[in-house]
Design a protein around this ligand. Sequence first.
Ligand SMILES: [Zn+2]
Length: 214
Amino acid sequence: MSLAAGCPRCPIPVVRLEGGSEGWSCPRHGRVRPLWRPAEASYDAFTEHLQASAEFPTYLPWPMSPGWSVTDFGVVGDAPDHPVATMTCCSGTSELDGPVDLLMIAEEAGTGLGSRCAGLPGDGPGDDVGDGPPAVRVHIGSKSVGLWVVSTSSSNQEFDRSVLAGEAEGRWLWIVLRPAAAVLLFRDDWLLRDVSHLGPPLVEMPFGGPKPEW
Ligand SMILES: [Zn+2]
Protein backbone atom coordinates (compact mmCIF):
# COMPACT_ATOMS: atom_id res chain seq x y z
CA MET A 1 0.00 0.00 0.00
CA SER A 2 1.59 3.25 -1.09
CA LEU A 3 -1.12 5.48 0.33
CA ALA A 4 -0.29 7.02 3.71
CA ALA A 5 -2.75 8.29 6.31
CA GLY A 6 -3.04 11.96 7.18
CA CYS A 7 -5.56 14.40 8.61
CA PRO A 8 -8.10 15.68 6.06
CA ARG A 9 -8.19 19.09 7.77
CA CYS A 10 -4.53 19.90 8.40
CA PRO A 11 -0.94 18.79 7.65
CA ILE A 12 -0.16 17.61 11.22
CA PRO A 13 0.77 13.89 11.21
CA VAL A 14 -1.91 11.57 12.57
CA VAL A 15 -1.36 8.72 15.02
CA ARG A 16 -3.00 5.35 14.91
CA LEU A 17 -5.13 4.61 17.94
CA GLU A 18 -4.36 1.31 19.59
CA GLY A 19 -6.15 -0.95 21.95
CA GLY A 20 -9.90 -0.67 22.48
CA SER A 21 -10.57 2.17 20.09
CA GLU A 22 -9.40 1.70 16.56
CA GLY A 23 -8.85 4.55 14.17
CA TRP A 24 -6.70 7.63 13.69
CA SER A 25 -6.23 10.76 15.71
CA CYS A 26 -4.96 14.23 14.80
CA PRO A 27 -3.35 16.24 17.64
CA ARG A 28 -5.46 19.25 16.62
CA HIS A 29 -8.69 17.69 15.34
CA GLY A 30 -8.99 14.59 17.50
CA ARG A 31 -10.32 11.46 16.00
CA VAL A 32 -10.49 11.72 12.19
CA ARG A 33 -11.32 9.63 9.20
CA PRO A 34 -7.89 9.61 7.58
CA LEU A 35 -6.96 11.14 4.25
CA TRP A 36 -5.04 8.56 2.20
CA ARG A 37 -2.48 10.07 -0.17
CA PRO A 38 0.49 8.72 -2.10
CA ALA A 39 4.00 10.09 -1.57
CA GLU A 40 4.11 10.54 -5.31
CA ALA A 41 1.37 10.46 -7.94
CA SER A 42 1.74 7.36 -10.11
CA TYR A 43 -0.46 5.01 -12.07
CA ASP A 44 -0.03 2.23 -9.48
CA ALA A 45 -0.89 4.53 -6.59
CA PHE A 46 -3.92 5.80 -8.52
CA THR A 47 -5.12 2.22 -8.94
CA GLU A 48 -4.89 1.83 -5.15
CA HIS A 49 -6.72 5.11 -4.75
CA LEU A 50 -9.59 3.92 -6.95
CA GLN A 51 -9.82 0.66 -5.00
CA ALA A 52 -9.91 2.57 -1.70
CA SER A 53 -12.54 5.00 -2.97
CA ALA A 54 -14.77 2.23 -4.36
CA GLU A 55 -18.17 3.68 -5.26
CA PHE A 56 -17.18 7.29 -4.59
CA PRO A 57 -16.56 9.59 -7.59
CA THR A 58 -13.03 10.71 -8.46
CA TYR A 59 -13.11 13.62 -10.90
CA LEU A 60 -10.66 14.65 -13.58
CA PRO A 61 -11.01 17.19 -16.39
CA TRP A 62 -11.69 15.30 -19.56
CA PRO A 63 -9.96 15.15 -21.87
CA MET A 64 -6.81 16.31 -20.10
CA SER A 65 -5.10 19.18 -21.90
CA PRO A 66 -1.82 18.28 -23.60
CA GLY A 67 1.13 18.74 -21.26
CA TRP A 68 -0.97 18.47 -18.11
CA SER A 69 -0.55 15.68 -15.59
CA VAL A 70 -2.18 14.28 -12.48
CA THR A 71 0.08 15.54 -9.67
CA ASP A 72 -1.86 14.60 -6.54
CA PHE A 73 -4.90 12.71 -5.29
CA GLY A 74 -6.37 11.40 -2.08
CA VAL A 75 -9.35 9.68 -0.51
CA VAL A 76 -10.83 10.25 2.94
CA GLY A 77 -12.31 7.29 4.73
CA ASP A 78 -11.86 4.47 7.16
CA ALA A 79 -10.35 2.66 4.19
CA PRO A 80 -11.40 0.95 2.15
CA ASP A 81 -15.09 0.53 2.82
CA HIS A 82 -16.56 3.95 3.49
CA PRO A 83 -15.09 6.80 1.46
CA VAL A 84 -16.48 10.27 2.24
CA ALA A 85 -14.29 12.45 0.02
CA THR A 86 -11.82 12.40 -2.84
CA MET A 87 -9.48 15.02 -4.23
CA THR A 88 -7.47 15.15 -7.41
CA CYS A 89 -5.04 17.76 -8.67
CA CYS A 90 -3.98 18.33 -12.24
CA SER A 91 -1.13 20.67 -13.03
CA GLY A 92 0.02 22.26 -16.22
CA THR A 93 0.96 25.56 -17.77
CA SER A 94 -1.16 28.28 -19.31
CA GLU A 95 0.24 31.01 -21.53
CA LEU A 96 -1.10 33.77 -19.30
CA ASP A 97 -0.61 32.32 -15.85
CA GLY A 98 2.43 30.07 -16.10
CA PRO A 99 2.16 27.01 -13.83
CA VAL A 100 -1.45 26.27 -12.85
CA ASP A 101 -2.89 23.83 -10.32
CA LEU A 102 -6.48 22.66 -10.63
CA LEU A 103 -7.83 20.85 -7.57
CA MET A 104 -11.16 19.02 -7.63
CA ILE A 105 -12.72 17.83 -4.38
CA ALA A 106 -15.90 15.81 -3.98
CA GLU A 107 -16.96 15.42 -0.38
CA GLU A 108 -19.81 14.63 1.92
CA ALA A 109 -20.80 17.57 4.10
CA GLY A 110 -18.67 17.98 7.21
CA THR A 111 -15.50 16.36 5.88
CA GLY A 112 -13.40 19.53 5.79
CA LEU A 113 -11.07 18.50 2.94
CA GLY A 114 -12.45 21.04 0.46
CA SER A 115 -12.06 23.87 2.98
CA ARG A 116 -8.47 22.85 3.61
CA CYS A 117 -7.59 22.75 -0.11
CA ALA A 118 -9.31 26.12 -0.51
CA GLY A 119 -7.46 27.61 2.47
CA LEU A 120 -10.74 28.44 4.21
CA PRO A 121 -11.88 27.90 7.79
CA GLY A 122 -14.83 25.66 8.57
CA ASP A 123 -16.29 22.62 6.92
CA GLY A 124 -18.24 23.84 3.92
CA PRO A 125 -18.30 26.54 1.25
CA GLY A 126 -20.82 28.64 3.20
CA ASP A 127 -23.67 30.81 1.98
CA ASP A 128 -22.09 31.83 -1.33
CA VAL A 129 -23.28 28.60 -2.95
CA GLY A 130 -26.78 29.01 -4.32
CA ASP A 131 -26.78 32.80 -3.89
CA GLY A 132 -27.94 34.11 -7.27
CA PRO A 133 -27.13 32.38 -10.54
CA PRO A 134 -24.00 30.21 -10.69
CA ALA A 135 -20.81 31.83 -11.97
CA VAL A 136 -19.98 28.89 -14.23
CA ARG A 137 -21.27 25.46 -15.09
CA VAL A 138 -19.35 22.25 -15.58
CA HIS A 139 -20.62 19.11 -17.18
CA ILE A 140 -20.29 15.80 -15.40
CA GLY A 141 -21.50 13.14 -17.78
CA SER A 142 -24.84 14.40 -19.07
CA LYS A 143 -25.45 16.61 -16.01
CA SER A 144 -24.78 20.31 -15.80
CA VAL A 145 -23.50 21.40 -12.38
CA GLY A 146 -23.60 25.05 -11.31
CA LEU A 147 -20.61 26.44 -9.44
CA TRP A 148 -20.53 29.61 -7.37
CA VAL A 149 -17.53 31.75 -6.48
CA VAL A 150 -16.64 31.23 -2.82
CA SER A 151 -15.22 34.34 -1.18
CA THR A 152 -11.72 33.95 0.23
CA SER A 153 -11.58 37.48 1.65
CA SER A 154 -12.12 36.32 5.24
CA SER A 155 -9.07 34.08 5.24
CA ASN A 156 -5.41 33.90 4.23
CA GLN A 157 -4.94 36.57 1.55
CA GLU A 158 -1.38 35.51 0.78
CA PHE A 159 -2.61 32.29 -0.71
CA ASP A 160 -3.35 33.11 -4.35
CA ARG A 161 -6.31 31.03 -5.47
CA SER A 162 -9.87 31.10 -6.80
CA VAL A 163 -12.48 28.88 -5.23
CA LEU A 164 -15.69 27.62 -6.83
CA ALA A 165 -18.20 25.26 -5.25
CA GLY A 166 -21.52 23.64 -5.99
CA GLU A 167 -23.40 20.45 -5.41
CA ALA A 168 -23.14 17.28 -7.47
CA GLU A 169 -24.87 14.01 -6.63
CA GLY A 170 -25.75 15.30 -3.16
CA ARG A 171 -22.13 16.12 -2.29
CA TRP A 172 -20.05 19.25 -2.33
CA LEU A 173 -17.96 19.74 -5.43
CA TRP A 174 -15.09 22.18 -4.95
CA ILE A 175 -12.79 23.51 -7.65
CA VAL A 176 -9.69 25.36 -6.48
CA LEU A 177 -7.54 27.10 -9.11
CA ARG A 178 -4.08 28.46 -8.44
CA PRO A 179 -3.12 31.14 -9.20
CA ALA A 180 -6.44 32.95 -8.78
CA ALA A 181 -6.29 34.44 -12.29
CA ALA A 182 -6.41 30.93 -13.74
CA VAL A 183 -10.15 31.00 -13.08
CA LEU A 184 -10.36 32.80 -16.42
CA LEU A 185 -9.41 29.51 -18.05
CA PHE A 186 -12.74 28.22 -16.90
CA ARG A 187 -15.25 27.88 -19.67
CA ASP A 188 -18.84 26.81 -19.50
CA ASP A 189 -18.15 23.77 -21.64
CA TRP A 190 -15.73 22.28 -19.16
CA LEU A 191 -16.21 18.61 -18.73
CA LEU A 192 -15.33 16.64 -15.63
CA ARG A 193 -15.35 12.90 -15.71
CA ASP A 194 -15.82 10.49 -12.86
CA VAL A 195 -12.94 8.12 -13.56
CA SER A 196 -13.73 5.68 -10.73
CA HIS A 197 -14.85 3.04 -13.23
CA LEU A 198 -12.78 4.10 -16.19
CA GLY A 199 -10.34 1.17 -16.31
CA PRO A 200 -7.81 0.75 -19.13
CA PRO A 201 -7.77 4.33 -20.55
CA LEU A 202 -6.20 5.41 -17.25
CA VAL A 203 -2.97 3.75 -18.33
CA GLU A 204 -2.63 6.46 -20.97
CA MET A 205 -2.83 9.25 -18.45
CA PRO A 206 0.25 11.19 -17.41
CA PHE A 207 1.06 11.08 -13.68
CA GLY A 208 3.69 12.83 -11.63
CA GLY A 209 5.42 16.19 -11.54
CA PRO A 210 5.66 18.64 -8.66
CA LYS A 211 2.85 18.28 -6.15
CA PRO A 212 0.85 21.30 -5.16
CA GLU A 213 1.32 22.60 -1.62
CA TRP A 214 -1.78 22.59 0.49
ZN1 LIG B 1 -5.86 17.80 11.78
